[in-house]
Design a protein around this ligand. Structure first.
Ligand SMILES: C[S@@+](CC[C@H](N)C(=O)[O-])C[C@H]1O[C@@H](n2cnc3c(N)ncnc32)[C@H](O)[C@@H]1O
Length: 365
């Protein structure tokens, strides 16, 4: 492709000049050249090299930086695209180098073409998987591999959020990148608790999954004194261990207690090591969080201010009654509530929403 070689500082001037004369190859980008010069991509109708309009600027022929289509469907065969126009998937989720897409039954016959187009469109994606719904208590997604870029069909991958990395495996463990703001809010509330107590705090996260909350908490230097984290899903615990090990290796702090377990959260408070051990309790089992509370509150330390943060799926018109249920579960343990808030995070269905509740409470000695 023809390029006008110009000094870097004059790039914009020449771009505007070529554009205004309809000589700019707009499908291609500006090319970095040697000696700090830039190559302006030219159309074939532009004046030839040496023409006075170029004011002595030389021309180079080089492979153009052609910009690709802006949407993966533009990479489908034209006929195929038109055949199912309007039905192509409009949304997908990315976890690390895995792209997860819901394929409606009428599109399944074209799924290889869809996957190929998506892989071409996104060079950082390695694997395209079909999302076949969430199943069971562990909220695991049934994934079917459609196509891999390099024959590696592993669903283990690494994501980055809020400045830390986490191992995830969308085929084995629940994880939602959409809740990263919740993790930041947890760290903010945890910091307030630590300031009130004037010391590092101990967190219990018994439904930790791969440990995204630990990502947010362990990266705040001096915030955590210790932790008890775990999950009932053994596959989650395996990744949780990898993630916590990694996060700790990046921290200058030391942690006591520091336990990771694979057991039912409702049994944690029966363990002497765990009962009354934590300042901050996270309860993230959205369909059952409120129901599990009576068995979890005894994990909170007695005598000082403590914090409970939980997430629940509730009917939009039942905020008040759910708030009362939380209040009752806490007061039944004789704890005194300082404040309780419950706020909608996002819609879940037409009548239900995903909400976060936060309770500041003190358990009497
Ligand atoms: C909604 S996910 C939350 C995971 C994680 N906190 C996050 O934000 O990504 C709920 C987790 O609880 C785990 N789980 C389900 N029932 C449990 C139980 N009775 N005890 C402990 N963990 C449980 C599931 O395996 C799942 O990883």
């Amino acid at each position: 492709m023809r390029h006008l070689s110009v000094p870097s500082a004059q790039t914009q001037t020449w771009l505007d000049f070529c554009k205004s004369n309809s000589w700019l190859q707009s499908e291609a980008g500006v090319l970095p050249l040697d000696d700090g010069r830039k190559g302006i991509p030219l159309l074939d109708n532009a004046p030839s090299t040496g023409d006075s309009v170029w004011k002595g600027m030389p021309e180079v022929i080089a492979q153009g930086r052609v910009k690709g289509p802006s949407h993966w469907t533009q990479r489908l065969d034209d006929e195929l695209f038109l055949q199912m126009k309007g039905d192509w998937p409009t949304a997908f989720e990315v976890q690390g180098d895995i792209q997860i897409v819901k394929i409606e039954p009428e599109l399944q016959q074209f799924e290889t073409s869809i996957a190929e187009a998506m892989l071409q469109q996104s060079p950082n994606i390695r694997l395209i998987c079909a999302d076949e719904g969430v199943q069971g208590d562990f909220r695991i997604r049934k994934l079917r591999v459609i196509q891999s870029r390099d024959d590696d069909e592993s669903t283990l991958t690494r994501i980055k959020e809020n400045g830390y990395s986490l191992w995830v495996d969308p085929a084995k463990v629940y994880f939602s990148i959409r809740l990263s703001t919740q993790r930041i809010n947890t760290a903010i509330s945890a910091t307030k608790l630590s300031q009130r107590l004037n010391r590092g705090i101990v967190v219990c996260d018994p439904y930790a999954g791969v440990g995204p909350s630990m990502g947010a908490l362990l990266t705040e230097q001096g915030l955590l004194a210790g932790y008890h984290v775990g999950d009932l899903n053994p596959a989650a615990v395996e990744l949780l261990e990898m993630n916590v090990d990694y996060l700790i290796s990046k921290s200058d702090d030391s942690f006591t207690p520091a336990t990771i377990r694979c057991s039912d959260a409702r049994e944690w408070a029966l363990d002497d090591e765990l009962t009354e051990s934590c300042d901050l309790l996270l309860v993230n089992l959205p369909h059952d969080s409120i129901g599990h509370l009576p068995e979890l509150i005894p994990l909170l330390r007695k005598g000082d201010i403590t914090l409970l943060r939980g997430w629940a799926i509730i009917e939009k018109d039942e905020f008040d009654s759910q708030k009362q249920l939380i209040t009752k579960a806490i007061e039944n343990t004789s704890a005194v509530i300082e404040s309780i808030t419950i706020e909608e995070i996002k819609g879940f269905s037409s009548s239900k929403c995903f909400a976060c509740f936060e309770v500041w409470l003190t358990r009497p000695i």
